[in-house]
Design a protein. Sequence first.
Lengths: 322, 426
Amino acid sequence: MTEIAVRRPEKPGSKRMGFFTDTTTCIGCKACEVACKQWNDLPADGYQFKRGGSYDHTGQLDASTWRHVRFVEIETPVHEAVRTPMDTFIGAATDGGGGVSHDVMDLVGMLEQPELDKWVFMSDVCKHCTHAGCLDACPTGALIRTEYETVILQADVCNGCGYCVPSCPFGVVARSPEDGRAAKCTLCYDRLEDGLEPACAKACPTDSITFGPYDELMDIAARRVTTLHDRGVDGAYLYGAGEDEELAGGLGAFFLLTEPPETYGLPHRAESPVQENVVPATFAAMGAGLLAAAGVATAFVLGAKRADQKMSRVRRMRGRSW
Amino acid sequence: MAWPGRRGAGDSTSDGRVAGGDGSGGDVHADWDTARAAARARQEEAAHAQREHDASDPRDMTPALGVPGQPGSWQRAEEGADVALHIGEWRDGRWSYLYGDDTAYGVNGDDDFDVEEALRRRGSRDEEPSRVVGPMIHAPVWTWEVPLYFWFGGIAAGSSFVALACDLAGDEKSAAVARKVALGAVIPSPVLLIMDLGRPARFLNMLRIVKVRSPMSLGAWCLISFSQLAAGSVALDLLGRKKAAKVVGGVNAVFGGYLGSYTGVLLASTAVPLWARSRLFLGPIFVCTATATGAAATRLTLIATGNLPDNHPTRHALGTVETVAMGLELTLSEINERRLGDLAHGLEEGRPGRMFKAAKWLVRGGLLLRPIRKRTGRPAHDFASVMYLVAGLLFRFAWVLAGQTNARDDEVVAKMAREPAKEPGA
């Protein structure tokens, strides 16, 4: 009946393992999703496109989706080269008196529709945070940190309280309505134990997903960012590598991104909600609780005293009249 | 071909021979024996091949220590062994057709790379996010049981305060009733919580560990302790041990202080913007609701059992407690809502918004009844108590449901991540 250590002491031979996911090399083939589902015996997600206007029928990370290839459509407004002559044309048409015909307006509407500039894919996964919100929230100790410094959920302990679900700032862990328990990526703990790399990394045909010791991954990632900058991709940056104070103390699974994080549904800053809020919230709450108990007691004691005084005054007055 | 229904002249055995009815039984068995022997030989052969293959396999297949089907022992069979099959050097990029001959992509290069610099390019947090593509976080999965439990737990906590106060003021009879109310309100609480679990049969796992940093773990332990103490104090009352009941009831008021407030901490310690950014307010607001509903429930019980004559000091005190607590709750909610601004989305619209508004109007109505009741006497005050109880229930539902709406609003979640927490003092 003791608390599980936040960080396990380092064992010989075990080091932090993680994923480095490079979105610039992802082709959106979903091999990682399928490999993950096959290895972990997870059900399919159905055949509907979950997000309107996107070729994405997984939608989000879920209890039965531990890898999710996010399809992000980057749209650009109409190019200046098209816009300027069009404006002059419309200007001329209206100056000549009379309204602009419907045909022209239709054409304008069509041209002004933002175009699909490019498609960005990102294979999303549990981040295995250094400060893991789910791990802090779990009341049963089902969520633990392993010797690879990954965060796994022991399915035989979880009782489905659902507290880890809103405690994840990345929206990863979820409770399955069929199964009743929470579930998330284990970084293929079972495969790691047997000396195999995780199923998704194994399946990735372009090595967008790389698995390895954390330090080595960080080297590779930083080199890649430098290379990309040299080649003119100025927007390339790392999300969550190292001991990033702004992102839950660093993410065990980090990413190379080219768009702002929100475009991929990632928060710009994240911290374990429990570590961030529990101390001030508890002080405020306990203070209020004790104050309330004291306040109620005061009200009663004062009330009783006043009643006593009233009684004695009545008695005194009666005595006087006697 | 052992199925009687399928036996007949036309049946064929596995080796394609036509079986001749009853007389062929012995032959079939003899065939099976040879088949079994052959299968066993094949299996042994395969196992041998596997063993040979294992010996030549460069991968480390040493299993972790432990018993099959039991939790791992966190130790590898070989002390000091390296984690097998992690990528020793970066070489996978060479297999990729994307880069053709350019296998140096992010592999060799010079050493002027900088992780810090690569991270900084994420941009400053002061900028507005250009486009938010959700979903950002998962909404809480809790259903009606949880807010209902918050209400019952609050009533229990509030009644424990009242019991302590009555004892201190010397009103032993009311204190005993208040302790019974606390017990009555806390009995449905664990049932509701167990109903809300995804695996109700495993509810005892909550008591597997004491985890100080998890508000839910501490809350579960607090709820257990509170119900035991509440039951104990009522039992002592029934046995006529007045002094012991007083002491146990007094200790229970301390547990009540946590029971009535930890629910606010529990909600505040999540990634839901509405809850997380109300972290200094949720606890106090929940305590106010708990105190007011507890006092109202005790008051109505006392009146219904005929234990509270007019002009009894306890009656006045209960009235004061209800009014002050509900007034404070209204004020705190109002301040918090204004302070949150856009992040309060969910608390103003839709079903939770309507509940929140209705609750606030009920409180205002109850507070207005206070000056009136001087003239009308008891009925107006009774009505106000009922209004407070309903308002408390609506507040609980509104807070939980609004959190779910709030978590589904991707813009709000993204905004919270960019904005540092602003406290009233800072």
